[in-house]
Design a protein around this ligand. Structure first.
Ligand code: MN
Length: 131
């Protein structure tokens, strides 16, 4: 079962994400800050990260930049989750290295589709490397 790390500071949003991910059959772990999330990525080696953009302290986008600069973690797909839906947000999110993004509130179908696509792409990449 894919293991998803949710980095989210808002308890209600974390609860919803966990519920939807469990429904999709994923194993869920969580962190409330970017700093704790970075530690969790290294400790847990999740299959995918759901990253809130607005976090106390370091932002989700800065945390993603760090993950994508590190050879040990850059292969882990990151889906940014944002309450903002303003012009320029998608560009900022992509520039930080996020592999996808979703707007709050999370919806099951979109979440499931985004995760499935990224995990399939990652699995395909692994298959290519082993050839
Ligand atoms: Mn937040």
């Amino acid at each position: 079962m894919p293991r998803i790390l949710v980095i989210e500071d808002n308890p209600a949003n974390l609860k919803l994400a966990t519920l939807l991910l469990h429904k999709a059959g994923h194993v869920v772990t969580s962190a409330r800050t970017a700093e704790d999330g970075l530690s969790a990525v290294r400790a847990e080696e999740p299959d995918l990260i759901l990253m809130d953009v607005q976090l106390p302290g370091m932002s989700g986008l800065d945390a993603t930049r760090l993950l994508k600069q590190d050879p040990a973690t850059r292969h882990v797909p990151v889906i940014a989750v944002t309450a903002l839906a303003m012009k320029g947000d998608e560009e900022r999110i992509r520039a930080a290295g996020c592999d996808g993004y979703l707007a709050k509130p999370l919806r099951y179908q979109q979440l499931w589709e985004s995760i499935s696509a990224l995990l399939a792409r990652r699995d395909q990449g692994n298959a290519d490397e082993s050839r």
